[in-house]
Design a protein around this ligand. Sequence first.
Ligand SMILES: *Cc1c(COP(=O)(O)O)cnc(C)c1O
Length: 398
Amino acid sequence: MNLKGHSEKEVLSRLKNAMQKDTSYDKVMSAMCTQPHPIAVKAHMQFIASNMGDFGLFQGTKELEDKVIKMMGYMLGDGNACGYITTGGTESNIQALRTARNMSKKKRPNMIVPFSAHFSFDKIADLLGIEIRKASLDTEFKVDMDSVSDLIDSNTIALVGIAGSTEFGQIDPIDRLAKLALSNNLFLHVDAAFGGYVIPFLDKKYDFDFSVKGVTSITADPHKMGMSTIPAGGLLFREEACLLPLEIDTPYLTIRKQHSLVGTRSGAAVAAAYAVMTHLGTEGYKEIVKRCMKMTGRLVEGACDLGIDPLIEPAMNIVALDVPDLDDVRKKLRSRGWVTSLTRNPKAMRLIIMPHLTEDTIDSFISDLGECIHDNGGAGGSGCPILHCGEEAYPALK
Ligand SMILES: *Cc1c(COP(=O)(O)O)cnc(C)c1O
C-alpha cells in the first residue's frame, strides 16, 4: 500500500482505467449474469453498509429478506417455503447438501447428480466429504432415470435435479426424480440457479418446483436472470426443519443463531433483490423472459439459415450450436469482439441470450458467424445434433 493517500480524483481515474479493461456486456454471449436492473443498483447503494451476518442490527433489511424469500416461495410453488439469501448458486447448493448430509447421519454418504450438474457439486463432494456419483444423460441431455436408479444404494443421501442446466439450459424430469426420491426416502435438491427466474415465466409449463411433492430444496439466483446485483443467490426449503442442521450459536452477535455459510453477508444484495422483484412483478419478469426467448428464436433461425443445427431445441435462453471448426471460429469471433463459450460433451458453441443483448446484436452476431464459417469453407453438417433445422420448427420459441 502507498504511504500517503492518493487524491479522490487520482483514485477514480485509476478505477476508470481498470474498468476499461473489463469486457462490457454488449457482445458477451457467454455470461449467466447481466447488467442489473437500475432499481436494484439504487437499492444496493442505499443499503451498502447493511450486514445480514448480524441482522439484529439491521431489522429493516431482515424484513426485506423475509419478503424476498416469501416472493421466491410463491414463484417456486410454495409461499410457505423458508430460506435465506446466499452469495450465489454455489453457497445455496453447498448448504442444501450440508442439510441433507447432517439430517441423514450416514457415515459414508453419497449423492447422485446428473453429468450436466454445475461444478459446484464437485466442490461440495470435496468440502462435505460426500461421494459424488454422476448419472448419465439421455439424448436430449436430461438425466437418465435408469442411470439414477442404478446408482442409488444404502449410503445415498440425496438426489439432485437440474432445472436449467448451465451448459444446455435443459430441465431434468423433476417429477420422476421426486417419485424416486420419495420411494427411497431421499432428499431431492433442485438446482434452478439459472432457471429459477426463467421457467416460472415461460409459456410452456414444467413441473420443477415445490408444487412437485418430494422436492426438498431449491436453488434460484437473483443475480442471474433475477436482474439483481451480485452477490445474491437464494436457497429455499419446503420445511423449516431443514434450516436446523445449518444453525450455529453466535454468542457475540445481536442474534443468537445463524444459518448462513458466510458470516458477514450483504444486506445490499437483499435490498436489491427486494427492489427489482417488487418493481418488475410477475408481469415484468414475463416480459423479460419473453424478449430473451424471442431473441433466442431469432438466433436459432439465423444459425439454421447458415446450415448450423442446435443440439437440442432450447428450453430456455441457452443455445448449443453445432458449429464446424469450433475452436477456430470462436477465435475469429473473439477478434471481432464476441465472447462465446463451450459445452463439454459433445463440444459445441454455447450461447446465453441474456437481457443485455438486443435483436440488432443477434443479427450482427449471425452475420459475423456466417463470415467466420465461410472463411473456413462453410458448414458441412457434422451429423452430431439430434435435431436438424426445419424438422421441429422449434415450437417453444414461437
Ligand atoms: C451458475 C450456476 C451455479 C453457480 O452459481 P454461482 O452464483 O456462480 O455460485 C450453480 N448451478 C447452476 C445450474 C448454475 O447455472
